[in-house]
Structure formats: structure tokens, C-alpha cells
Design a protein around this ligand. Structure first.
Ligand SMILES: [Zn+2]
Ligand SMILES: [Zn+2]
Length: 337
């Protein structure tokens, strides 16, 4: 089968004819992939940027969506022909404290799709059937693909932050993740402020119904947000130390900074303000199977849409280049079959 493969960290991905994946256990499924979104994490995986390195060679991709082609002997909830997506959380142990308390995303024994196991920049992928998400009929493959990472990740962050009609939510960074976070905050009934350095991203936020927008390149985000009364929750997707600090300064006393982006440097958080103003800094990683089900339901009801464009599988190196240059608006989705 055709796949785009990372053979060496930092080198371009290579188009290869790879062996077709096989069922490894009784709960596995083989999925014929139709589309897969390109996440910033895939770029970090391809560069080996993070302390825990991915496998090599690696087929990245954790927004793969397609049709079940084969099921293991103990799979009863899926059938050949079902439409599913294969998210970042490939599998978890099901037995540890996080797994038992509905936080399988924190399982220390998890596998990550397109990182510790091969992902969906390929014509087929093997998945643990217990961790795939069923795609509602109303949604086509390319449109639903980004909901499997960008969607569920920001949905979870908005949920963790406690967005509600009486809260003000600031979204820092309005790219692939941020423009979806903004919509989830609106669905929760919150007042929303969009922050970015690109005018086209701020225009998109306005179109999506942001109550206010702040251009971080020309305005002081902390001071401007405080003039507006301060914010209860920040969803931080922008990954610069400056953006984190500005987000922190925008918070009201008791406010929460929920971080989903991973910056290359340490966080510049002033401890006096953290303590004396009772602010919280919270990390949030993807979402559980329950969160994914809720995310897909919101998508099926047309309440949250991803702004995306489709390109062929082979375009991924070019897409990575544009991603690094900050030239992508919304999400790029690879059309695979
Ligand atoms: Zn992702
Ligand atoms: Zn576990």
C-alpha cells in the first residue's frame, strides 16, 4: 500500500510502497483510509522534536477516517463497511487508575497513533477497535477528519476550562485548533475573544462569531483583555512564551489558563500572581472516547465546523513547509482514496 513515511528525523517524508497492516489481536480492525488531516504534532513527530521519540520508520497521521475492511474475532460493535476515524489515542491499558476513572488519555501504557504505532498517512491502518470513533452519517470524510484531533482536543480543553454562559473565554491562536476552540466556547454559551497575529485569522474569528478580537502583533493582549474586564478562561493553542505570558496576564483573579499547545521553551509564569490571584494553569491532552463521541455529535448537528482544504497525500512535505511558515489557515486534509 501507498504511504508517506518518516525514515529519518528532520528529512522529508518519502512515498513508499509499504506492507499492508495486519490484525494483531482479536479487538483490532483494519481501516481503509479515505482522508487524514495534518496536525502540527505530525510535524514534530517527523522532526523528532519531543523528549519521547516516535518509532522509526514512522507513518504519521492521527486524523485518519475511512471504512472498516476487516474486524478481529472479538469485535462486536463494528462491522465491515462501518465509517470510522482513528484518533491519537490508539489504545490504553484499561486497568490503571486514569483508565478506571475515565481518563484513559493519561494512561501511562497508552499507544499513540502516528507516533508509537503507524498512523493514517497511508491507504490502510490497523487500529484497536475499542478506540476508534464511529462517524455520523451526516458527515463526509474530509469534513469530519479534523474533528478526530483538532476538534476533540479543543472540545476537551473548553470542557476542562468550564466554559459557560457567564464566562469569558479567550482563544490564543486561531489556527487549526483555535478556530475550533472558539466555536466550542460559543456552543457553551460563553463570551469569546479571539487572539492571533494574523489579520486573516482574526477575520475568520469574526466570521465565526467572536465577540472581540485582539491582534497580538499590534496590541498588548493582557492590558486589552483587562480593559474589557478580564477573562475567566484562556484556551492556549499559540506556542510562544510571549503568547503564554500575555494569556496569563489576561486572566481575572481565579481564572484558568488551559494549555493545549506545546512550546519549545519553559513557561514564563509569575508565581506571585499565580498564588495571590488564585489563577490556575492546566494542561489538556486530546480527549477521551466519550469526548470524541460528543465532539462528533456536535459536528453532525452542524454546530462546529472545521475550516479545511484538501490536497493529495503526496503534498504533505509541502504542507509541512507552509505550516512552519505559519501560512496555513484552518486545517489541511490529505485525500488518500
Ligand atoms: Zn493532533
Ligand atoms: Zn491505563
Amino acid at each position: 500500500m501507498k504511504a508517506m513515511v518518516v525514515e529519518k528525523f528532520g528529512a522529508p517524508l518519502v512515498l513508499r510502497d509499504m506492507p499492508e497492516p495486519q490484525l494483531r489481536g482479536p479487538y483490532d480492525v483494519i481501516v481503509k483510509i479515505h482522508a487524514c488531516g495534518v496536525c502540527h504534532t505530525d510535524l514534530h513527530a517527523a522532526h523528532g522534536d519531543w523528549p519521547v521519540k516516535p518509532k522509526l520508520p514512522l507513518i504519521p497521521g492521527h486524523e485518519g477516517v475511512g471504512v472498516v475492511e476487516k474486524v478481529g474475532e472479538l469485535v462486536t460493535h463494528l462491522q465491515v463497511g462501518d465509517r470510522v476515524g482513528v484518533p491519537w489515542l490508539h489504545s490504553a491499558c484499561g486497568l490503571c487508575d486514569p483508565c478506571l476513572s475515565g481518563w484513559e488519555t493519561l494512561c501511562a501504557h497508552q499507544h499513540m497513533t502516528g507516533y508509537s504505532v503507524d498512523g493514517s498517512y497511508a491507504e490502510k491502518v490497523v487500529a484497536d477497535g475499542r478506540f476508534v470513533g464511529k462517524i455520523p452519517d451526516a458527515l463526509d470524510f474530509a469534513a469530519v477528519s479534523p474533528h478526530f484531533c483538532a476538534g476533540v482536543t479543543t472540545y476537551k480543553a473548553v470542557k476542562v476550562g468550564g466554559a459557560a454562559p457567564d464566562k469569558v473565554v479567550l482563544i490564543s491562536g486561531l489556527g487549526g485548533l483555535g478556530h475550533m476552540a472558539l466555536q466550542y466556547a460559543k456552543v457553551a454559551g460563553a463570551t469569546t475573544i479571539g487572539v492571533d497575529v494574523q489579520e486573516h485569522s482574526l477575520d475568520l474569528a469574526k466570521k465565526l462569531g467572536a465577540d472581540e478580537v485582539i491582534n497580538a502583533a499590534s496590541q498588548d493582549v493582557g492590558k486589552t483583555a483587562q480593559k474589557l474586564g478580564g477573562v475567566d478562561i484562556v484556551i492556549a493553542t499559540a506556542v510562544s512564551a510571549k503568547a503564554f505570558r500575555a494569556s496569563f496576564d489576561a486572566l481575572k483573579p481565579g481564572g484558568k489558563l488551559v494549555i493545549v499547545g506545546l512550546p519549545p521553551e519553559e513557561l514564563p509564569i509569575p508565581v506571585f500572581e499565580l498564588v495571590l490571584q488564585g489563577k490556575s494553569v492546566i494542561g489538556s491532552i486530546v480527549g477521551t472516547r466519550k469526548d470524541l463521541e460528543e465532539t462528533l455529535d456536535l459536528a453532525a448537528r452542524g454546530l462546529v465546523k472545521c475550516n479545511y482544504a484538501v490536497e493529495p497525500l503526496e503534498a504533505v512535505n509541502d504542507i509541512f513547509g507552509r505550516m512552519q511558515a505559519g501560512k496555513i489557515e484552518g486545517r489541511m486534509v490529505l485525500q488518500i482514496s
